[in-house]
Design a protein around this ligand. Structure first.
Ligand SMILES: Cc1cc2nc3c(=O)[nH]c(=O)nc-3n(C[C@H](O)[C@H](O)[C@H](O)COP(=O)(O)OP(=O)(O)OC[C@H]3O[C@@H](n4cnc5c(N)ncnc54)[C@H](O)[C@@H]3O)c2cc1C
Ligand SMILES: Cc1cc2nc3c(=O)[nH]c(=O)nc-3n(C[C@H](O)[C@H](O)[C@H](O)COP(=O)(O)O)c2cc1C
Length: 794
């Protein structure tokens, strides 16, 4: 589209636009929308005065800056001139400082940003009305073609039409306070200080020649114990600061302020609220910036998201033929970006909420853990930015630099695993006769050759009625035992990779068909009677199980022990018991599925009874030295389900009863679960369990990239990583992870007959050599850049 056509489309979609709120989002949108179609009428309503100062510094990443640079070079030039720029992150922890370089930050005073945007709006003749609360939104909606609600995190617009926006406000328990200081930090600085009351953490960064932002944060219990609750007892009026708390923070953190002040500005303790809306639109009203979504300050500022929204909305109004399509396009473009940012922000805020868990870590590992907390920054990206930092952490982890963490050995019981990768149980559903199938043999052989340190066979039932489906194998007859022994021998003939087997009784999840293309099984038409702790079916279509009586429970224990003996005789090196995923023993553990009132139900000690009886019986027959793993569901992802405290108590009990390691999964306990699927979403539970029990843990779930695996291990979140579906995509996943990085150590041993293929084949463009395209190449940016303000002008 040429310029005239663009302007025409723009004004036909929305000629008269009202904007509620002259924050960064509202102002930037107004400027861009006017710039794209100058004959448009834009009116911005702002309840505060033009010069009301609020907030401190704003940080941007290089990515956002690119967007701003192209959308409005004048705004970009004006803000660039004021940037504080640096590339280092300092982590001050336990009296030590670790520095990671190569990150690329730019920050400026939030009030200067607003002033620059105000100036731009004035140049473009945008009508900004200060000290003017917006008229009711429905009136605006009737008078204007479009209403842009950029009215901030407490958006009144959102509250006026909850039926359309369907907001979800998640208020977190940590308390934090925005402050500034006249100490000019040289880098983004995380301060983590341990006091007798708990941990205080500070997120600080420079934003001018004279100021830094200084956000103090504490978990709710530490905050109370520190006495802040009492200090903040009198709610400060709007615009006032909680000066008593500010003074106390200055005292506590004096060692980091070097005699400088903390400077409040309407500063008081607040709790972060994550805002989500099911829709950002109500007829011709659209939400933008904090009104639509918020993301915890620890991963970057809300200002960045608000500016990006403004850019996308202004563009959509020009690019789309109708207002309705423009608003739909805006939301379609922004929602995935925002949701991805919110996932990272959620991981980051939960990391800070549970910071006490990492109290035992050394400074190097702690720094690495902190930097990789949101899962956006990884082992690989940190190495690319600052190899020396990652080498130091690698060395502290006990490895030699250059050996990726996943290729370090691990001793489990008497078994030496050559690396940290596990192929978790992956049932094949190919056993109509309950015997391990040809496909099981092929799959396990493939995975054993594929390089993982440990391979586990899929769920194998301890009794006929314990099968999940009519195509699952079992281990309750001599015939089955012999078939498994044959399979084990066949795998051993070609690979020395340790092989384990998972034993289960499916309980109420039994008697189903094998999963269809949607991954879900259906109840068998001619299934077998099911047992469970309580008569609660899996879902509305499932048969109602019988409440197990004491005789049946005792039989379950005996069946597990007998199957474990058979597994040992069949030659398995590792045994895993399935106490998760809603199978029988998982159902006993969860309060959602165990409603019994006898000695197997009620308090956790009772709910643990049968699982512990099974584990104890298995431990007694399973050979000492051969690792015994237990898989659990550490969360049910449903209200009223297993809590974190209970998950810890369960794992401590399993450790005491003889488990050698815990395979920490979640969910599949009830059909109405709502897991927050996403990369590595179960990993925090592995870290929780590892810290609480001291037992090795296996992290599992959407750890598909080797970079994620390395990050999990080096951060100390788990001792092993299980990679499931990615091994179905590529059975040689582990060896390929080595080849990709040119790693050839003992943790990545290629099968001898395949040695010729141990290097990644050249790609289609491998023989194309790029010519020089620059006369003079720019020198690479230095890894470490610190903020040093320019000397004041004479
Ligand atoms: C105390 C505090 C300090 C912060 N400091 C920083 C910081 O230093 N750096 C940073 O990056 N982020 C900071 N943030 C977050 C940041 O303010 C937001 O993420 C960002 O400003 C979002 O921009 P926005 O335009 O969507 O909303 P906002 O900046 O919140 O702007 C909303 C505007 O709408 C106005 N408004 C609301 N209702 C009406 C109405 N009915 N009529 C007229 N006007 C109305 C408000 O007065 C406000 O000016 C801070 C947040 C808080 C609460
Ligand atoms: C085809 C398939 C079969 C599975 N079979 C089992 C099983 O038998 N027992 C079990 O505990 N988990 C089983 N799982 C779950 C995996 O072990 C693993 O926990 C899950 O796939 C998440 O890891 P991923 O994201 O790396 O795939 C299965 C998963 C898939 C995809």
């Amino acid at each position: 589209m040429n310029e005239a056509a663009t302007a025409e489309a723009a004004t036909s979609t929305a000629r008269r636009i009202a904007v509620i709120g002259a924050g960064p989002g509202g102002l930037y949108f107004a400027a861009l929308a006017k710039q794209l179609a100058p004959d448009r009428e834009l009116t911005v309503f702002e309840r505060d005065a033009r010069d009301d100062e609020f907030g401190f510094g704003v940080v941007f990443s290089d990515e956002t800056l690119d967007g701003i640079a192209r959308a409005d070079p004048r705004v970009f030039a004006a803000i660039s001139a004021e940037f504080a720029r640096w590339s280092d992150i300092d982590i001050r922890y336990a009296g030590e400082v670790r520095t990671s370089g190569g990150h690329g930050f730019a920050a400026l005073d939030r009030n200067r940003l607003r002033a620059i945007l105000q100036q731009r709006c004035a140049e473009l003749a945008v009508d900004v009305r200060y000290r003017t609360p917006a008229p009711p939104v429905d009136r605006l909606a009737a008078e204007y073609d479009l209403v842009v609600a950029a009215d901030g995190i407490r958006s009144g617009t959102r509250a006026t039409h909850p039926e359309s926006f369907r907001p979800e406000l998640d208020e977190r328990h940590c308390r934090y306070m925005w402050l500034a200081t006249d100490k000019v930090f040289e880098a983004f600085t995380f301060i983590v200080e341990q006091y007798d009351f708990g941990v205080l953490q500070v997120h600080a960064y420079p934003y001018s020649a004279t100021r830094s932002t200084f956000i103090v944060e504490a978990a709710a219990d530490a905050w109370r114990r520190a006495g802040f609750e009492a200090l903040a007892a009198r709610e400060p009026a709007r615009g006032e600061s909680d000066l008593a708390s500010v003074r106390r923070c200055a005292e506590l953190l004096a060692g980091h302020l070097d005699g400088h002040r903390l400077i409040p500005n309407a500063s008081r303790w607040i709790r972060f609220t994550t805002v989500r809306n099911a829709s950002w639109r109500h007829r011709n009203v659209v939400l933008l910036g904090d009104a639509a979504h918020s993301a915890h300050f620890s991963i970057g500022s809300g200002t960045k998201l608000a500016l990006e929204d403004a850019l996308a909305l202004a563009a959509a109004l020009s690019e789309q033929p109708t207002l309705e399509e423009a608003l739909a396009a805006y939301e379609a473009e922004r929602r995935p970006v925002v949701e991805s940012t919110q996932r990272a922000a959620q991981a980051s805020l939960e990391w800070f909420e549970t910071i006490g868990r990492r109290a035992g870590q050394g400074a190097d590992q702690f720094a690495f853990n902190l930097l990789t907390r949101s899962r956006r920054v990884t082992y690989g990206s940190l190495r690319a930015r600052d190899p020396a930092f990652v080498d130091a952490v690698d060395t502290a982890f006990g490895g030699s630099p250059g050996t990726p963490p996943m290729f370090r050995p691990l001793r489990l019981g008497a078994l030496e695993l050559r690396n940290r990768v596990v192929v978790p149980p992956l049932a094949t559903f190919t056993s109509p006769d309950a015997l391990p199938s040809g496909f099981d043999r092929a799959q396990l052989t493939g995975h054993a050759l594929g390089g993982a340190g440990l391979v586990l066979a899929g769920m194998t039932a301890v009794s006929p009625e314990g099968r999940a489906t009519d195509r699952c194998p079992g281990l309750w007859t001599d015939h089955q035992e012999a078939a498994w022994r044959q399979l084990r021998d066949a795998v051993r003939a070609v690979s020395d990779t340790p092989l384990g087997i998972q034993l289960t009784h499916a309980g109420r999840r039994g008697a189903s068909t094998a999963p269809g293309p949607d991954g879900i099984g259906r109840p068998l038409a001619d299934g077998w009677p099911l047992i469970a702790p309580s008569a609660i079916p899996w879902d509305a279509d499932s048969p109602v199980p019988h409440e197990a009586n004491d005789i049946q429970s005792a039989a379950v224990t005996a069946d597990f022990a007998a199957a474990a003996e058979r597994a040992a005789r069949a030659g398995f090196d590792v045994l895993e018991l399935q106490f998760g995923h809603g199978h029988l023993l998982s159902s006993f553990l969860s309060p959602l599925t165990n409603h019994r009132t006898d000695h197997y139900g009620g308090p956790l000690a009772h709910r643990l009874r049968l699982p512990l009886e099974v584990l104890t019986a298995v431990r007694a027959v399973w050979p000492a030295g051969r690792p015994l793993l237990v898989r659990i569901s550490a969360s049910d992802w449903a209200p009223g389900g297993t809590t974190e405290e209970e998950a810890v108590a369960i794992c401590r009990a399993l450790a005491a009863a003889g488990a050698d390691a815990l395979d920490v999964s979640t969910g599949e306990v009830v059909a109405h679960q709502r897991p927050p699927y996403g990369r590595g979403y179960q990993t925090p539970f592995a870290e929780l369990v590892r810290t609480a029990t001291g037992l090795p843990t296996v992290a599992v779930g959407a750890i598909s990239g080797y970079d994620d695996a390395d990050s999990v291990l080096l951060a100390g979140r788990a001792d092993l990583v299980a990679v499931g579906r990615a091994h179905l995509y590529d059975p040689l996943w582990t060896l390929h992870a080595a080849a990709e990085r040119g790693h050839t150590g003992p943790g990545a041993r290629w099968p001898e007959p395949w040695r010729a293929g141990s290097r990644k084949p050249p790609g289609p463009n491998a023989d194309r050599v790029a010519p020089r395209l620059h006369l003079l190449r720019e020198p690479p940016a230095p890894v470490h850049r610190r903020w040093s303000p320019p000397p004041p002008e004479e």
